[in-house]
Design a protein around this ligand. Sequence first.
Ligand SMILES: C[S@@+](CC[C@H](N)C(=O)[O-])C[C@H]1O[C@@H](n2cnc3c(N)ncnc32)[C@H](O)[C@@H]1O
Ligand SMILES: *[C@@H]1O[C@H](CO)[C@@H](O)[C@H](O)[C@H]1NC(C)=O
Ligand SMILES: *[C@@H]1O[C@H](CO)[C@@H](O)[C@H](O)[C@H]1NC(C)=O
Ligand SMILES: CC(=O)N[C@H]1CO[C@H](CO)[C@@H](O)[C@@H]1O
Length: 329
Amino acid sequence: MKREPRSPPLHHHLHYSSKKISSFAKPIVYFLCLLLAYSVGYLSSSTRNNNNYSTNNKPPVDHVNSVVARVNTVISNGLITEPDHNNFGAVCGKAVPSQDIRHKILDRVFKGTSPWQNFPPIHVDNLLRKKWVKGWGSKGAVFENLIRKVRPKTIIEVGTFLGASALHMVELTRRLGLDDTKVVCIDDFRGWPGFSDHPRMKDMKMVNGDVLLMYQFMQNVLHANATESIVYMPFSSGSALEKLCEWGVFGELIEVDAGHDFHSAWSDINRAFKLLNPGSAGGVIFGHDYFTAADNRGVRRAVNLFARVHNLTVQVDGQHWVFHITNRL
Ligand SMILES: C[S@@+](CC[C@H](N)C(=O)[O-])C[C@H]1O[C@@H](n2cnc3c(N)ncnc32)[C@H](O)[C@@H]1O
Ligand SMILES: *[C@@H]1O[C@H](CO)[C@@H](O)[C@H](O)[C@H]1NC(C)=O
Ligand SMILES: *[C@@H]1O[C@H](CO)[C@@H](O)[C@H](O)[C@H]1NC(C)=O
Ligand SMILES: CC(=O)N[C@H]1CO[C@H](CO)[C@@H](O)[C@@H]1O
């Protein structure tokens, strides 16, 4: 989770296949193979129906079935004996129309009211700054490139922090005339243990151990007049993404930028992928930190593994990894 100083972007718009990635990273090929064998138990058919949310018991999302078929082939070829490790569970619910998504989330998470009503609460009123937006690569060209290309109605962001990237995306959608686009932000607003020691966070106020990350994010959204465009879920990425799946909330553009260790990234990517709705223009799932030294242990490995399991091509835009999905595999 802790950020290393960034190395300069190695490539801009460099595209290459996961096969090539593994050949330039020969020392980890063997490790990756082991991991692959260990990890391809994504959704086994015998367990999926234990958790079906759809009313008619027909999975509404075709790609899940193709993925299951592919993974089952690998399993039946004897490459994997323990599929539970990577069973990312349920079939998602029937899709909520994009124009109802914000309401659905307000309903289910905030009892139908806007969390910005009567904001800020008195006890933090004089502790928040009018605007304090810090991020990492949060305004990279990748955001504009992808929003122009996908023209999403719903963007899901996993890992929001103070809202830098989310607010940048709102600004882009406004500029591109995508006035109805909503951004669903997922963050537990805890940062990470010790994050307030980070040089950039030194000034963060603390109230009884709470660093007020969520309130400062809310304040930033309010300041940008974006309370209608952004809706958030202040929960762990795992539980929030599972609920979105259950509720049938899908997005055409999904950014994954929460925990950067391998296991967090791997499960966030797998869960987020289920929520991708490619639409007519295709859909995109993407994330930060493909290229920093620290992320060789985490994000990059999870992304490359995912590419291999799903036979996808990893594209790179600045420091971001990108999967373009044109159809349901
Ligand atoms: C790098 S920051 C996100 C930065 C943001 N995307 C930007 O560019 O401005 C990562 C965020 O992920 C959140 N996070 C980490 N692990 C999480 C988890 N398991 N569930 C929910 N949020 C998590 C942290 O609270 C932190 O705010
Ligand atoms: C938000 O709206 C107010 C009132 O309409 C306006 O004065 C302000 O400039 C807006 N701020 C932004 C960042 O758009
Ligand atoms: C993987 O994708 C490539 C093209 O992107 C295709 O030629 C190949 O047959 C696919 N392999 C599998 C196992 O689906
Ligand atoms: C756990 C669960 O909800 N299972 C249901 C899946 O769908 C079938 C068919 O509609 C139901 O019979 C199960 O109860």
